[in-house]
Design a protein around this ligand. Structure first.
Ligand code: SF4
Length: 376
């Protein structure tokens, strides 16, 4: 049955046995990889298993070349730029990999309107027109707070994305009316076992609630939905495959929305676990190419978690969207202190430096995403 024919993504997800998927990936053959390569841009989830497999590693150069060709065909010589802004580090969940986790003894800060406007002033000077607003998951930063801050953000940015706690469909409708065009909600890991081990307290411990949230976002009419997993919590190949399945399900069923995929690797932060599984840069390059070969329309987003060297390379693989100059602490654009960071960033170049690198590579930095004016 096609993924989009299931009633919910939970039903689709339950129809696959994770161990069998893992076996399918590890046992894929060279000829299956070659067959997937011949279908580049329109691969099936079975082809994705081959492209993520160890058998695909000798084909990395061919995959990169196809990924680059498809990306330029669809997105031209452009990279979309956005800036994340952390509004609050309040959180009532325990996530073993996050600096904002409830048990961590850090000062808790939620920006008020004045602090938010100061942060906006600090990032606007770089030219950003696309902002990603991020908060922890707490009743202290709920709908009332979002509906106060989002219209302010809309006064200064053409495109507002959010990465906040999972909400209900009616809440997403209100946020859309207030100016939100994109919502990111990463599953972190698609392994139920690893998910339970890393989310030990709070609402986020509900695996299936998170799994079904992208559908609520789509039904609310949000323009773009961000999916992905945090690499390092479980086997990266299997997690990447399920994130791909999630994309295919969403694309088949909720075709009016656009989609982006992210593939952050677990980075160090105050009081967090080390990655259970290492994903190397070579693995990450393979994953990026595999996603592009799966879907030539999906946006692929790379954050400043990755090194300057890797990001310079990844823009030729299939990445379409990048953050730059990021701070991961509330109020971080006006201070040089870093003890409130959610995680450490790796690429510390400022946005001008990243833009210059793109121009030297023959690419044009685009500072805004879709404008609400265009969609009416
Ligand atoms: S990952 Fe999100 S939900 Fe988990 S502790 Fe960090 S901010 Fe809270």
């Amino acid at each position: 049955m096609k993924p989009g024919h299931y009633k919910t993504f939970s039903d689709c997800f339950r129809s696959f046995d994770a161990q069998k998927v893992s076996g399918l990936i590890s046992q894929a053959s060279s000829s299956e990889v070659q067959r997937a390569l011949s279908k580049a841009g329109h691969c099936s989830v079975e082809d994705l298993a081959a492209l993520l497999s160890p058998a695909a590693e000798p084909f990395l150069e061919a995959m990169a070349s196809e990924a680059n060709r498809l990306t330029r065909k669809r997105f031209g010589k452009t990279i979309q730029m956005f800036v994340p802004m952390y509004l609050s580090n309040e959180c009532q969940n325990i996530c073993t990999y996050c600096g904002f986790s409830l048990g961590n003894k850090i000062p808790r800060i939620t920006l008020n309107k004045e602090q938010f406007l100061n942060e906006i002033e600090a990032v606007k000077k770089w030219g950003f027109e696309h902002i990603l607003l991020v908060t922890g998951e707490s009743h202290l930063v709920g709908m009332e707070y979002f509906l106060e801050m989002i219209p302010l953000a809309r006064q200064h940015f053409a495109h507002v994305s959010i990465e906040v706690q999972p909400l209900e469909e009616k809440d997403y409708q209100k946020l859309h009316a207030a100016g939100v065009e994109s919502v990111l909600v990463y599953q972190e890991t698609y392994s139920e076992e690893a998910y339970s081990a890393h989310h030990t307290k709070g609402k986020k411990a509900n695996f299936f609630n998170r799994l079904e949230t992208p559908e609520k976002i789509a039904r609310a009419g949000i323009n773009k939905i961000g999916l992905g997993s945090l690499l390092g919590l479980s086997d990266w190949r299997t997690d990447a495959w399920f994130a791909g399945l999630h994309l295919v399900y969403m694309r088949e069923k909720y075709w009016r929305s656009r989609y982006s995929l992210a593939f952050p690797r677990l980075q160090p932060a105050e009081g967090i676990v080390d990655p259970a599984v290492i994903t190397t840069e070579k693995n990450l390059a393979q994953l990026i190419c595999a996603y592009r070969l799966l879907d030539e329309t999906v946006e692929l987003s790379l954050s400043t978690r990755e090194s300057e060297r890797f990001r310079n390379h990844a823009i030729q693989l299939g990445v379409t969207t990048m953050s730059a100059g990021s701070r991961t602490d509330p109020g971080g654009y006006q201070t040089t202190e870093t003890e409130l960071e959610q995680f450490e960033i790796s690429d510390e170049r400022n946005p001008d430096e990243v833009a210059n690198m793109l121009v030297k590579a023959g690419l044009e930095p685009v500072w805004k995403d879709w404008d609400q004016v265009i969609s009416g």
